[in-house]
Structures are given as C-alpha cells and as structure tokens.
Design a protein around this ligand. Structure first.
Ligand SMILES: [Cu+2]
Length: 677
C-alpha cells in the first residue's frame, strides 16, 4: 500500500532526494499560480455537497480498513490490515450505529476482498490469494482455500493489492516492490501485475509497478492502476495497464526474462534518464507513461484506491469518472479520461478533503455513496484518527465545478456542472495555463520541471454557457497542463468554482480544427526560461555564520531532531531575547523535513500557505512569501542535517515552528519560547 502506504513516506520522501535538486531543475516563471488548499473553509464548502459521515468503531476493534466489499442488503464486508474480516451492518443509516460480526481472522495483511463467483470471497493476503468460505452457514469462514502462492522475501513493503475479477473469470493483483537497497524485487514478480486463474495458475501481465495500491477495471473494460511517488516515480499517477507494459520502476524487470513474461524490456534498457517519461517512451517501445498524473502534494502524496462512479448520477454530476484516494493527505481526487489516438489521457482535480485519516480504499455502496477504508499505518496521515471507515454522501446539491476537460489541437474545452457567467468566462484573464513535467530517474520523486506558461490567446464560450474553449500557445505533448480558472464565476452570481484547477496530461494532441493559428515564432516564444538558482544563504535561510559573530557557536546551540510519525524530538525550545542562536536540524526520519520559525500565533497560517504553493512549492523550498516566516532551514533529506545562524527575536513570546513540507505542519510543530534577557 504504501509507499502507498508508503506513500507518506513517499510523500515526504518523495521530494526528498529530488528536493535537493528541485530548485535547480524547476522553472518557476510565474508565482501567480496558486492552489486553493484544504483550508477549514474549503472543507466546509466541500461538505455542503458531499457530506462526510464518520462511522464509529467500538474501542475493542482496530479497524485499519484495507478492503471493502458492499454486500446486498446494505451490509459491508471489510478486511483489516491486522488480518480480520468483519461484516458491518448499519453503515448506511442516517445515524449509524454499526454492528460488527467477525467473519475471519488470522490473515496476513489482506488488502482487498471481492465475492468469488463460485461462492465465498477472494482476499489477497501478503503471501497468497485465498478463498474464504462459510460452508456450514454459521457466519464464520471455515474454509481457507489457497488459490495461488505469492512469492515474498520478507520485506515489509511487499504488499499484494486486489484481487479484481477479470471478465474471463480470472483474478488480477498488483504486487509492490520490496523496499530498501538495490534489490527491490528480490523474488519473482515483485513490481508486477499478475493474473490468476481460478485453479491457481499465475501469469505475469505487466511490470514497472512501484506501490500499486489502487487497481480497477473500468466499466469500459480498461485496467488502470495508481502508483505512488518514489524512486523512479516522479509523482502520483494513474496508468492504463495492458499486457506487456512497463510503467517505470525497473526493479521488477529482473524477472522479465522468465518464461511467460510478456515484457521484453530488460534491466539494462532502463537508465536514470532524467527526462520526461513521455520523451523516453517515444524511442523505447514498451514504456507506458501515465494516462493522468496526480501532482504530488496537491492531489495527494500517496495515491491509493480507485473507484469509478457507477451510480448513474446518484453520487452527483461526475458519473463514469474515477475517484482516487490518498493515504497521506486523507483526501480523494477525481479523474476524467478520454482516449485520443488510441492513448488514454485526461485531467485530475481536487474533489474532497478533510477525512479523519489516510484513505487506502474508496468503494461505492449500493446506494451510490462512497465508503473510505482508512489507516495511517504508522506513517502518519492528516486527520485526528489512526484508522477507520467513513461514508461520503452526495447531498443532492451540485457545486459549480469543472466537470471535465478535453484536449483540442490548440487548447482545451472545459465543461462545467452549471452555466458560467459570460463576462468572466469571456475574459482571458480569468484563466491561467502552464505546462510542466516530472523527470524519470532513479531518485525519489521529481520536482515539477520544465515549467512554462501557455498564454491564453482566445476564449469561446458555448451558447448554453456550459462549456468554454480555451486556445493557448505553448502546449507540449507528454506534459501536464495546469489549467486554472480562478476568475470564473457561475451564471447569475458571484459563485467561484469549488475547485478551480484541472491538471491535464496531454499524451496526444487530438485531430481537429484550430481556432488560432500556430504562431510563426512559437518555438522561440515558448522557450522554457532558464531555471533560477536557489541561493543557499539568504536572509531567512542564514546558512553562513554572520560576520559579526566571533566563532560559529553564538550564544547557544540548539540541536533539533526528528521522530517517526511527523514529529520533532522537542516541542519546546527556550532562548533568551536577542541571543545568537546556532540551530542544527538533523533529520533522522525516512521522509523530508525542515524547520520554519514563525511569528507568534502564525504557525498554522504559514503551514496552510506552504500547502497552497502547489506546484510552485518545490522551487520555493516550501516557504511561502510571508512576513510571518522569520527563519528556516533547507528541506532536509533523511540522514542529513542543516544548520542556520540567527539572532533570537528581541520581543519575548512563544514563536511557532513547524515543518512546512505539505501535509506535515498539522503534526510537526513546536514552540520557541523567547524569554526576556
Ligand atoms: Cu516534515
């Protein structure tokens, strides 16, 4: 799951290694693009349309919900990471009082459950796919039938996700790579999608998976999986999987030579390219770039379960679209897809945030509502709980939203859930479009790279006001295009979009007529600016000993470290007003962290502003432009440290400090108490 579960790690980590390089490789021509983030106000607005209903779990049950199967009669069958399988009744009630009945226990970290056509239920345990059957009708499983063994080496990261039932009656599962070191696929098929016949024959389908927590077969018959940022994976992503595909993480290629492998690429074919995957794919057959990127820290840090809205409208206006959970940021993103020249592509959007805990499963119930399976898995996640299950119900009210984005040869058509206000819609200044990509390399994650603006040249509003065609310059094939419509309002009022950004992954330009001519000098016009070099020693990142200090010790040295679970090792530091402070921040965790000192009472707002930097965050070292920020360290890699030298504020008081890496500040914070001299 994580890295999915790991994801958090990923999350943080994600940037990690690359973070060091991030500033150098990121173009940031415009700091104007901002992503309106999960503020309390946004969460409250979202809740007006899709209401979150937490479900109370008795204290004696630890429901790290890892798989959810809706059963007829408004029952749920739920697996937990701790190996239990529970029937839950009452989950659909308006005022839910859940009744739990144990069906099975003692399983090894099952991460999904489905009904078996021949009776009973299939679960994917860590080391096998199993059929659970209650043969005597007493409500408890009494047969645990091994369908197929899954090789494992013992790494904690060897998750098995699924199963999902294929149309031919076979099962498909996805297998995490192991974690740590170079041998991330120490046993066959780690990092692969596998197919299993009902009698247990297992065959490989596709390779290159890293932490494929989400696996879905769409109603149209296409397989998609979600993956997490990490080594070889620049950001979260949703990839269309076909037999023989290789999706990016080379560890599993160690087994592509085995009999039955449909993958022809070999480990030596994959280098740390440091290019967009879409570019490499043009010259290396078999490489499958994502259908849709889910920008890291913006639409999650550890993308997980996938659910298509199959309710035909009972869940709101997005029928047929995909919804993708996130384990670290405890939220759900939305994805619309289209097939262009035989290739899947589309847009990702924020959908719903503010859940109680990290989400690994999103499953639609019989009435169209969603259930979320949640665990923080020891990695930490946003929200007050460590595990659980929640329900998400459409209230019947439709927000003003970008319903869908479709590509054009010279831009995009945006359709909306309700008509637009014509004046704001016709104004090109209501929109901002830019393109960027992630680099494919062995390092952990990638900063948004090669970013460049796409000037909006022409806007055509449809007569019914339900769609807008934007024609822009500088679109790039294979790139993600951030399409922002912050200035747009709904017809007849002042209502802005609930979420005003779409991220469109433009794998192919469609055929069709342009509405603006290609600029003669477009290549020159669209040249990517040279990235700015991040200064190491700045006023707020004072990494050099000030010239007026004698020696480098100052008056006081503070050694600040980290603890697992998004914590500093100290939450109260005390200094004298005006003292010269040498602060050594040592990161012993496995994620990226930093230290940001803020004015009294401003920590929360700085954390929120850092999150709101969106794709600009990496280039800004996750420090918002704010007077409230006094000093900060660099974003610090695992097992690395950073030292800053500053003079403590003259005014006594409690100064907030926090880690501004997106998603950390709610937990990772403390007080620097400045006492009078
Ligand atoms: Cu942090």
């Amino acid at each position: 799951m994580k890295r999915s579960l790991l994801p958090v790690l990923a999350a943080c980590g994600a940037l990690s290694v690359s973070s060091v390089r991030a500033p150098a490789q990121t173009n940031n021509p415009s700091s104007a693009e901002r992503f309106a983030k999960p503020s309390d106000e946004l969460v409250a607005r979202e809740n007006k349309f899709w209401k979150r209903i937490p479900l109370e779990v008795p204290d004696n049950i630890v429901l790290e919900t890892s798989g959810i199967l809706p059963l007829p009669g408004k029952r749920l069958l739920v697996t937990t990471r701790r190996g239990e399988v529970w029937f839950i009744d009452g989950a659909y009630d308006a005022d839910p009082k859940l009744k739990f009945t144990l069906f099975a226990s003692g399983l090894h970290e099952p991460l999904g459950i489905i009904a078996a056509p021949k009776g009973g239920y299939y679960v994917a345990q860590r080391e096998e796919v199993t059929r659970l059957v209650d043969t005597d009708g007493d409500g408890r499983a009494d047969v645990f039938e091994t369908i197929a063994k899954i090789p494992i080496s013992g790494s904690y990261h060897e998750y098995a996700f699924g199963p999902v039932l294929a149309p031919n009656g076979n099962l498909r599962i996805t297998l995490n790579v192991a974690f740590g070191g170079a041998t991330q696929s120490p046993v066959p098929w780690r990092g692969w999608m596998m197919e299993i016949t009902p009698d247990g024959q297992m065959t490989p389908i596709a390779a290159g998976l890293r932490s494929p927590c989400g696996l879905a077969l769409t109603s149209g018959g296409d397989w998609f999986y979600s993956d997490n940022q990490g080594e070889w994976v620049g950001s979260g992503k949703l990839t269309h999987l076909e037999r023989g595909d290789f999706t990016g993480h080379p560890a599993g290629l160690a087994w592509s030579k085995l009999p039955g492998s449909p993958v022809s690429l070999r480990p030596d074919d994959i280098k740390s390219f440091d290019e967009p995957m879409s570019e490499v794919a043009k010259r290396l057959p078999g490489v499958k770039p994502p259908a849709v990127w889910l920008p890291h820290t913006i639409l999650g840090i550890s993308n997980s379960g996938i659910q298509e809205d199959l309710s035909g409208g009972k869940f709101g206006p997005f029928a047929g679209q995909l919804f993708v959970g996130d384990q670290g940021q405890s939220k759900i993103a939305r994805v619309s897809l289209e097939k262009v020249k035989g290739v899947w592509q589309g847009a990702s959007y924020a959908f719903r945030s503010g859940f109680d805990c990290g989400i690994i499963r999103v499953v639609q119930g019989e009435d169209g509502s969603f259930f979320t399976g949640e665990t923080e898995r020891g990695w930490g996640s946003l929200g007050p709980k460590k595990q659980g299950i929640e329900r998400l119900v459409w209230t019947g009210e439709t927000p003003f939203e970008i319903k869908e984005v479709r590509a054009q040869p010279d831009g995009f058509v945006l359709t909306f859930t309700s008509p637009v206000d014509r004046a704001t819609a016709e104004n090109p200044a209501s929109y901002g479009v830019s393109g960027f990509t992630y680099l494919w390399h062995k390092e952990y994650g990638s900063a948004p790279s090669n970013r460049a603006g796409c000037p909006v040249r022409k806007v055509v509003v449809a007569p019914d006001g339900l769609s807008v065609r934007l024609a822009t310059a500088c679109l790039r094939e294979g790139y993600i295009h951030e399409i922002k419509a912050a200035g747009l309002r709904a017809a007849g009022g002042t209502e802005p979009l609930l979420h005003n950004i779409a991220y469109y992954t433009l794998n192919r330009f469609p055929e069709g007529a342009r509405i603006i001519p290609l600029e003669v000098n477009e290549a020159e016009l669209c040249k990517v600016p040279v990235p700015a070099v991040a200064g190491a020693n700045t006023k707020k990142h004072p990494s050099k000993v000030p010239s007026d200090w004698t020696g480098d010790e100052g008056d006081k040295t503070i050694l600040l470290g980290t603890l697992p679970g998004l914590k500093y090792d100290q939450t109260l530091l005390t200094v004298k007003a005006g003292a010269r402070i040498r602060l050594v921040f040592r990161n012993t965790d496995d994620m990226l962290h930093k230290f940001v000192l803020c004015a009294p009472g401003t920590g929360e707002s700085v954390g929120t502003a850092a999150l709101a930097l969106g794709v600009d965050g990496a280039a800004k070292n996750y420090v918002p432009d704010s007077d409230a920020v006094l000093y900060h360290t660099a974003l610090t890699l695992p097992e690395a440290s950073d030292t800053i030298y500053f003079t403590a504020p003259a005014k006594p008081g409690d100064y907030d400090y926090l880690c501004s890496f997106p998603g950390h500040s709610a937990l990772m914070k403390g007080i620097l108490r400045v006492e009078a001299k």
